[in-house]
Design a protein around this ligand. Structure first.
Ligand SMILES: CCCCC/C=C\C/C=C\C=C\CC(=O)SCCNC(=O)CCNC(=O)[C@H](O)C(C)(C)COP(=O)(O)OP(=O)(O)OC[C@H]1O[C@@H](n2cnc3c(N)ncnc32)[C@H](O)[C@@H]1OP(=O)(O)O
Length: 188
């Protein structure tokens, strides 16, 4: 309730909520292909970006099936998308949500850590850090619209946003559960 009250007071956020409910009217922003190529990544096929220049609000729909697991490629796409939006002076806010049913993000892609090289894992964990630092330090007003389960890295992603709104469904869980997998996040 306090969050909602705070949000209502913020002019900057008013537009974001309008956008959340009407994102289908938004314009599709340029895809972050160029920077992706510079960073040796594939195109942003796992993200659908709606950017309404009249409100300055962008909506990033994560569509990395089946559960928006945060792979190296997907993390890179997210970072590039945020970078591009930050470079666009007309962009004020970013809503992050999921196109996948029932899941916001399943967290880090477990397959990135299974039987991969030390070098690959190093690159992967650097990308994890970059993602949450980029969101946490972003000059954009960021909102996680959590429309499904969001364990571990999904929760981390949501926590790095300025605000979180979660769908009211008892089947959706959120929290830091990675120690249950015997996993301790490395130092950075
Ligand atoms: C550098 C330090 C930074 C700061 C550190 C600070 C704090 C720590 C912060 C973060 C740490 C993060 C660590 C992690 O994120 S480890 C990952 C943990 N994730 C999980 O444990 C989630 C496991 N998944 C689930 O609980 C369910 O899948 C979920 C609720 C998301 C969805 O359930 P649903 O029933 O709809 O779907 P499923 O049938 O279970 O799954 C479908 C399909 O997806 C595959 N899958 C699920 N999760 C993952 C994943 N994380 N990575 C890769 N693949 C995943 C699953 O195997 C199924 O595949 P298939 O069988 O259909 O092939």
């Amino acid at each position: 309730m306090a969050l909602r009250a705070a949000l209502r007071k913020s002019c900057a956020l008013t537009g974001l909520f309008c956008q959340l409910s009407s994102s289908r009217h938004g314009r599709v922003c340029a895809s972050p292909v160029l920077v992706a190529q510079q960073r040796n990544s594939s195109t942003a096929q796992n993200i659908k970006l709606d950017f309404d220049q009249s409100t300055g609000v962008a909506v990033m729909h994560m569509q990395c099936p089946p559960v928006n697991a945060l792979s190296l490629e997907f993390l890179t796409e997210i970072c590039i998308t945020v970078e591009k939006l930050e470079m666009d002076k007309s962009c004020r806010g970013l809503i992050i949500t999921s196109s996948q049913p029932k899941v916001f993000s399943a967290g880090l892609d477990l397959l990135e850590m299974y039987e991969t090289s030390t070098e690959h894992r190093g690159e992967f964990w650097r990308a994890v850090q970059e993602m949450w630092l980029k969101l946490y330090s972003s000059k954009l007003v960021t909102i996680a619209a959590i429309n499904g389960s969001s364990p571990a890295g999904g929760c981390l992603m949501a926590m790095t946003c300025d605000y979180r709104i979660m769908a009211d469904n008892p089947r959706y869980g959120i929290g830091l559960n990675e120690t249950q997998l015997g996993m301790v996040a490395p130092f950075w």
